[in-house]
Structure formats: structure tokens, C-alpha cells
Design a protein around this ligand. Structure first.
Ligand code: ACO
Length: 345
């Protein structure tokens, strides 16, 4: 079995910034309510010409270049998204073609957890020796599926894309560990009811706003606080780590109150928790790769660091990961680590 690691990363966010104050001019809300209940101060909103694929392509190009590769080296493209360009064909195929990748491509839909699910697949394929370099993208244009008159949802989300390259990497001392979960009994808590085969789009569904995000906020909140703590604890155990070993904790950026609750229960010091929700809101599948890129750019993620990530979302789904950050092979070679890591099968 080969160990796998993230060897390249890239992100793209649309230029347009929409502040809470700007939203408060069109819906009955306020900067004070949004910031205190969610931690969000602003979000990015895609321009009319931006699509999930176009943003994913921009993030992917940087990730591939950063890994010291060319698109011809990529064996597989996985796109995690709840807002694909089309129900079909897969957005991954559009990105594969635009980049010039000669390999497989598919979309993966696990709500906001899609990127994390994709990362687990990439990691396992690489570990099994099936592929050498896999592109995993989380890209979302949530602004196109929001009801901009519904204050309970439109203030929460933002657009963006993040991408990583997962490669075989012998510098990593342990194989990334994952815990994936699903509880479909909560499916109706977060859903886009119309436009699928169960309720095809019609004039009536559009008039009823069934093509927008519908969310039972407090129910999702209770679910999220529970699974973030439980799955993080489980992945730490699986990786043979304790909270004290973790250099950076990257939670899905959905609500700072969810994150604060989890961090208190898990015992991570505040300076080891990465937050950028204030600037981007909840970007769903893009949230964790965006945070990874920004953490790296800010020097919060160093070679050999242990990083734990946890996501949750529609399904309901959740996923936690523990991995060692080896960085790009283009960077100076990693200093030897002094950690003794024993993973639990
Ligand atoms: N501005 C002002 N008031 C508002 C707003 C707003 N934007 N939104 C709701 N309110 C009001 C409600 O109408 C309600 O008023 P009422 O008491 O008169 O009925 C009051 O605020 C409280 O509403 P709640 O929904 O109980 O507020 P809560 O404190 O639970 O916060 C929130 C709502 C922020 C949505 C919270 O429940 C939450 O974050 N839930 C989790 C959501 C989440 O993480 N979703 C994404 C997960 S998956 C993914 O990433 C796609």
C-alpha cells in the first residue's frame, strides 16, 4: 500500500463581495443578527458568467501546477458539488475536457460533505496503487439555488471553489484516515425539493419556490454539533492521535457557534482552529479546500503538520479526516518528523 497525501492545492472565489449590510437592504435582517448567530460578515457571489465548472477549472489549474504536474499527469477528476452545471453530464467531465486531462471523471454528491467524500476515495485509490494523481475539487455556485427573499437561508451561503491533488507520497508517515457517515432519516432537513425525478421542475414547482434550498436550521444545527464532535473523536482514535497531536483543525465553515461548541468539547486550543467563515459564509463543498488553501497561504499549515478536517451537510452526511500535511514536492524537502504514529486498523 502506498501512502497518499495532498501535494497541490488551489482556490478561486468570485470577485463580488456581498456584505451583511448589503443583504439587510433587501431582506429583513441585520449585520448584528447574521454575525452573532453565524459568524458570517460577507460572502462572495458569482458573476453571471461564472459556473461551477469555470470556478473549479481555475482552482484546479493552480492545484496541478502547485503539485509540479501537468494535466496529462492526472488520472482521475472527482468533483464534489451540490450545484453542478447540469444534472448531467457531470461537471467533472467538463473540467476534465477543459484542462486536457486524459482519465476518468465523475461528480460526487454528498451535500456539503462532497469534497471530504471525494478526498477519501482519492486517498484509497492512490493507496491501492490504482492511480497516481487524482484531482479532487469542491466547487459551488449556491447563489443560484437560494431564495434571495428568504432571510433564514440566503444570508448563510456563498460561492467559491477549492481543489487539491492527491498523490502517492512516501514522505507521509501514515495513510490519511477517514470516518464517513450518513443518516438519510434527516433527508428532509436540508433539501432542494424540485428538479429531480421525484418532483420534476414545472411552472407550479417554480411558483412555489421548490427549486431553492429548504432548510430546517435548528434541526441541522443539533445534528451538526453532534456529528462534528463524534466523527472527529473517531477519526483521531482511528489515526492513533489525540487532540494534543493536532496542529490544525479545519471544520466545515457553516456556523461559528457549531464550531465553538465542537472545539470546546474536543479540547482544541483556539489557535489551532482555522476559520474564514466571516469572509466567505458557507460555501458547501468548497468550504474545506478553501480553508486548506488559506491556512497554507497564512503559514498556519506547515510541512509534517497533522491536520484534522470535518464536514457535514445534506443527506444528512458527515465525514472526518486526519492526515499529515507533506506539502508540494516542489517545496524544499520535508524535515524528518519526530512523531511516533501508529494507526488503528
Ligand atoms: N435575520 C434576522 N432574523 C432571522 C434571520 C435573519 N437572517 N433568520 C432567521 N431569523 C429569525 C427567525 O425568523 C426566528 O424568528 P422568530 O423567533 O420570530 O420566529 C429567529 O430568528 C430565530 O430563528 P432560528 O432559526 O431559531 O435561529 P437560530 O439561532 O437557530 O439560527 C441558523 C438559525 C443560523 C440557520 C442556525 O439554525 C444554523 O446555523 N443552523 C445550521 C445551519 C447549517 O449549518 N446549515 C448548513 C449545513 S449543511 C451545508 O453546509 C449545506
Amino acid at each position: 500500500m502506498r501512502t497518499s497525501a495532498v501535494t497541490g492545492w488551489g482556490m478561486y472565489v468570485p470577485e463580488r463581495i456581498v456584505t451583511n449590510d448589503e443583504l439587510a437592504r433587501s431582506v429583513n435582517t441585520s449585520d448584528e443578527w447574521i454575525a452573532s448567530r453565524t459568524g458570517i460578515r460577507q460572502r462572495r457571489v458569482a458573476a453571471p458568467e461564472d459556473t461551477t465548472s469555470s470556478m473549479g477549472i481555475r482552482a484546479a489549474r493552480d492545484a496541478i501546477r502547485g503539485a509540479g504536474l501537468t494535466p496529462g499527469d492526472i488520472d482521475l477528476v472527482i468533483v464534489g458539488t451540490a450545484t453542478p452545471d447540469y444534472p448531467f453530464p457531470a461537471t467533472a467531465c467538463l473540467i476534465q475536457d477543459a484542462l486536457g486531462v486524459n482519465g476518468g471523471a465523475f461528480d460526487l454528491e454528498a451535500g456539503c460533505t462532497s469534497f471530504m467524500y471525494g478526498l477519501s476515495i482519492a486517498s484509497a485509490y492512490v493507496a491501492a496503487g490504482m492511480y497516481r494523481h487524482i484531482l479532487v475539487i469542491g466547487s459551488e455556485v449556491l447563489s443560484r439555488i437560494l431564495d434571495w427573499t428568504d432571510r433564514s437561508t440566503c444570508v448563510l451561503f456563498g460561492d467559491g471553489a477549492g481543489a487539491v491533488v492527491v498523490s502517492a507520497d512516501d514522505r507521509a508517515e501514515f495513510q490519511p484516515q477517514f470516518v464517513l457517515g450518513s443518516d438519510g432519516s434527516g433527508a428532509q432537513a436540508l433539501t432542494l425539493p424540485a428538479g429531480g425525478s421525484r418532483m420534476p421542475a414545472s411552472e407550479a414547482t417554480v411558483l412555489a419556490g421548490m427549486h431553492y434550498v429548504h432548510m430546517a436550521g435548528p434541526e441541522v444545527f443539533r445534528f451538526a454539533t453532534r456529528v462534528v464532535v463524534e466523527s472527529t473523536e473517531r477519526v483521531l482514535t482511528k489515526a492513533g492521535l489525540t487532540a494534543a497531536d493536532v496542529d490544525l483543525f479545519i471544520p466545515h465553515q457553516a456556523n461559528t457557534r457549531i464550531i465553538d461548541y465542537a472545539v470546546r468539547h474536543l479540547g482544541f486550543p483556539e489557535d489551532r482552529v482555522f476559520l474564514n467563515i466571516d469572509r466567505y459564509g458557507n460555501t458547501s463543498s468548497a468550504s474545506i479546500p478553501l480553508a486548506l488553501c488559506e491556512a497554507r497561504a497564512q503559514g498556519r499549515l506547515r510541512t509534517n503538520d497533522i491536520v484534522v478536517m470535518v464536514g457535514f451537510g445534506a443527506g444528512l452526511t458527515w465525514a472526518a479526516a486526519a492526515l499529515q500535511w507533506t506539502g508540494s514536492p516542489l517545496e524544499t524537502s520535508a524535515a524528518p518528523s519526530h512523531r511516533a504514529i501508529v494507526t488503528v486498523p
